[in-house]
Design a protein around this ligand. Sequence first.
Ligand SMILES: [Mn+2]
Length: 307
Amino acid sequence: MEDVLALLSREPRVYLLHKQADADAVGAAVALSQRFPGTIAGHASVGAAATRVAERFGAKVQLDPPLDGYAVGIALDCGSPGMLGALPPGLPLVVIDHHREGGWPQVQARLVEPETTSTCEVVLKLLWALGEGLQPDEALALLCGLVADTQRFRLATKDTLGSAFVLMESGAELPEAIALLEQPAAEERSERIARLRAAQRAEVEEVRGWLVARAQVGSYEASAAQGLVHLGADVAFVAAQRDAEASVSARVRRGVELDLAKVMQRAGRSLGAAWSGGGHAGAAGLTGKGDAARALQACVQALREGA
Ligand SMILES: [Mn+2]
């Protein structure tokens, strides 16, 4: 840890976040940069929750800034260098992570703890070792990463709870961390209208023991389907018609054992060659040329026939 701290004290420093940075990466960068100010560099994009966390602390994440001229780069939560953009060959690197590390070319020091549930907890240990405790803002930034990476404590270990306790003792409020992470990604009025319309129009029936809701909206069908699941549906199908084309988004409640990708593939086949369906087990879709209402009907039928 001493070698990590020695390198961290070099200036100027840049914090390196992985592609599509999450709250764990950003929380770690925010907390470290309060003590060791530096540029926060994202790569390619930053996730929605991570963006809210950064904004809450007034931190700026620069996307792929020039990395020449820094005395040290601190790679946070990255797993492997493939998650970063190109690095200047001479840049000394510190790796702080909870992924098993792979293939770092120019690492001078590392603090890598694969048993730890978040990079933010690794950073907590580092900051704690400085012997000055934590400021409430540092603690809150770290708590955001801890809560995000443990899926709201679902994956928490005894050590996670110990870290969370220290962070809350330092002034972090758990409800604030959760609210920062859970605020809907899109606060667009039109999207909220689509979700409300879907709820208003939903037809609900029981299929194979599941509560199935279906509805048609003008747009934001994926968000609307997720909304119906939040309201209580086990499975939700929401369709939108765009001129001659229609698409259906399907979502399933956590814990429902159903492969929606297969359901949507089957629905696509039943509708004919102008349609195709697929996706993931928990979130899938169907698109094609034709009528949205008919596509919804095909989805429910495919679910009914499913294995
Ligand atoms: Mn992480």
